[in-house]
Design a protein around this ligand. Structure first.
Ligand SMILES: C[S@@+](CC[C@H](N)C(=O)[O-])C[C@H]1O[C@@H](n2cnc3c(N)ncnc32)[C@H](O)[C@@H]1O
Length: 208
């Protein structure tokens, strides 16, 4: 390269390095664990940090790779999920109907270098899910509570054996989610428990 003008080589290499670094932000786990708290904003309805960490740990421990999230908001829980999938070699499909929150989520995934692990789809999850190709092995439901039964019906056939379907707020929204939780707990193909790391409560159902 530039054998006739060797004095050009060093600046060109330096420029290339800077350009590459600007394109590929690759924060390590520890850096993202600090950065992720900057995403949490009032009004974004983000899960508590303890719940985000739980989602991450469950995916890593069970080696899940094909994840679906219903209700992205600005991407807080999705970042925890994506961080885990970066370790397992998986990918997240996450669905958000609100354009402004979806834009913020896209910015956050980019800023943290997690874009390769997240497929953000904009629109109504009730319309998007039927077109999604399964199977999934991890599903996290965190949208409007009255729609949880509909999401379950759409997603359950796409969940493989050993896969997990999780629903957020089963304790904090107990009255609204009572019938839904009972359905999960009595479903013949599910083993269901409640994770109580935060007062929100997450139902964790594993498909037999
Ligand atoms: C509780 S927030 C999700 C918080 C997010 N999981 C987090 O921890 O950062 C619920 C989100 O679900 C979205 N939502 C509600 N109904 C939806 C639907 N039918 N399709 C897609 N997204 C929906 C809302 O716009 C809202 O952003």
């Amino acid at each position: 390269m530039n054998s006739r003008r060797p004095w050009l080589t060093l600046p060109l290499v330096a420029l290339a390095v800077v350009a590459l670094a600007a394109q590929s932000v690759h924060l390590d786990d520890a850096a993202i664990r600090v950065e992720v708290e900057k995403i949490r904003q009032p009004g974004m309805m983000n899960v508590p940090r303890a719940d985000g960490e739980f989602l991450h740990d469950l995916i890593v421990v069970r080696g899940y790779r094909r994840a679906l999230e219903i209700g992205t908001s600005n991407g807080y829980s999705a970042v925890w999920i994506a961080l885990a999938l970066r370790k397992t070699g998986g990918r997240l499909v996450t669905l958000e109907i609100d354009a402004r929150r979806a834009d913020l989520a896209a910015e956050n995934f980019k800023r943290l270098g997690l874009e390769p692990y997240v497929d953000l789809r904009r629109g109504d999850a009730l319309k998007l899910i039927p077109a999604l190709e399964g199977p999934f092995d991890f599903v996290f439901i965190d949208a409007w509570k009255e729609d949880y039964p509909k999401y379950f019906d759409l997603v359950f056939p796409k969940l493989g054996p050993g896969g997990a379907i999780l629903a957020h707020n089963v304790l904090s929204h107990a009255p609204e989610l009572k019938a839904f939780l009972e359905m999960l707990q009595t479903h013949p193909q599910l083993e269901t428990r409640i994770e109580r790391r935060s007062s929100a409560g997450i139902s964790v159902s594993i498909k037999k």
